[in-house]
Structures are given as C-alpha cells and as structure tokens.
Design a protein around this ligand. Structure first.
Ligand code: IDP
Ligand code: MG
Length: 139
C-alpha cells in the first residue's frame, strides 16, 4: 500500500527568489493539503543530520552548507500516493533534466539549488516529517 503523506522543503533559493507563494500554489493546485508547516533556518549540523544518508557523496559539504545558508519552508503534505505524485510534481533533481511544468523546471537554479525537497519513499516521508514536526504541530 502506498502512503498518503510526504515531506517537503522549499529550499533557500526558492525562498530567496520569492517563490514560496508560487510553489505553495502549485502544491495546492495539484491536490495536496498541508498538514504541518514552518519557516525556519537550519544549522549546518541540522542539515547534516537531515541529509546523513548522503554523507559519503562528494556534494555532501556543499549540500549541507547550502541548506543552512538561509531560511527554508518545511511542510508535511497529504494526498493519495503522496510520495510518488509529489516526486512527479517536483521533477528531476537536475533542473535541466526536469519535465516541463514541474516545480524544479520552473524554479530551480541548479542541481544543488533546486528549489524544493521531496521525500523518496513512504518510510523516509515519516522519518523526515518526524525530524521537523511534533504531533502537536500537525493538523
Ligand atoms: P532529490 O532531492 O531529487 O531526492 P538526491 O539525490 O536525494 O536528490 O540529492 C539530495 C539533494 O542533494 C538534491 O536535491 C540536491 O540539492 C543535492 N545534490 C544532488 N546531486 C548533486 C550534485 O551532483 N551536486 C550538488 N548537489 C547535488
Ligand atoms: Mg532524495
């Protein structure tokens, strides 16, 4: 069975370019509801633990530095098949390879500064949601 939540962040480039509103509008238009949301800035250490799965990748330092470089919007989204449908809505990691009309095609600056995060599995959606939100912060 596929789950009905996914976790997203609007990354520092998306915030800096005033794209919070347009990105949230696309999320709502695609049928996702917002269960939880916060506007905050990660420390490099927090970004490092969120992305710990990428610790051995060559871009880990760049990624954690970048993700702590400015504020982000974190949110839990709900919809049937949330993980799969949200990955379709955001498009490929590298915006030059993202399909037309996807969030990353429209808003990403580069492979690192790619506008949004989206969970890659139901299991990670739960882990990532728990990293940012308590039960009291979900509606
Ligand atoms: P995803 O965000 O599409 O799931 P992942 O492979 O999980 O992509 O990588 C996590 C994040 O790390 C990406 O969204 C991007 O910000 C960054 N990243 C991935 N590959 C590269 C790279 O080759 N150079 C720099 N940053 C990268
Ligand atoms: Mg990923």
């Amino acid at each position: 069975m596929t789950g009905n939540i996914t976790f997203t962040m609007i990354k520092p480039d998306g915030v800096e370019a005033n794209n919070i509103g347009p990105i949230l509008a696309m999320i709502n238009k695609a049928g996702f509801k917002i269960l939880a949301m916060k506007y905050m800035r990660l420390t490099q250490e927090q970004a490092g633990s969120f992305y710990a799965v990428h610790k051995e990748r060559p871009f880990y330092g760049e990624l954690t530095g970048y993700m702590s470089s400015g504020p982000i919007v974190a949110a839990i989204l709900t919809k049937d098949n949330a993980v799969t449908d949200y990955r379709k809505l955001i498009g490929a990691t590298d915006p030059t390879k993202a399909d037309e009309g996807t969030i990353r095609k429209l808003f990403a600056k580069s492979i690192a500064a790619n506008a949004v995060h989206g969970s890659d599995s139901d299991e990670n959606a739960i882990i990532e949601s728990n990293f940012f939100f308590s039960q009291l912060e979900r509606f």
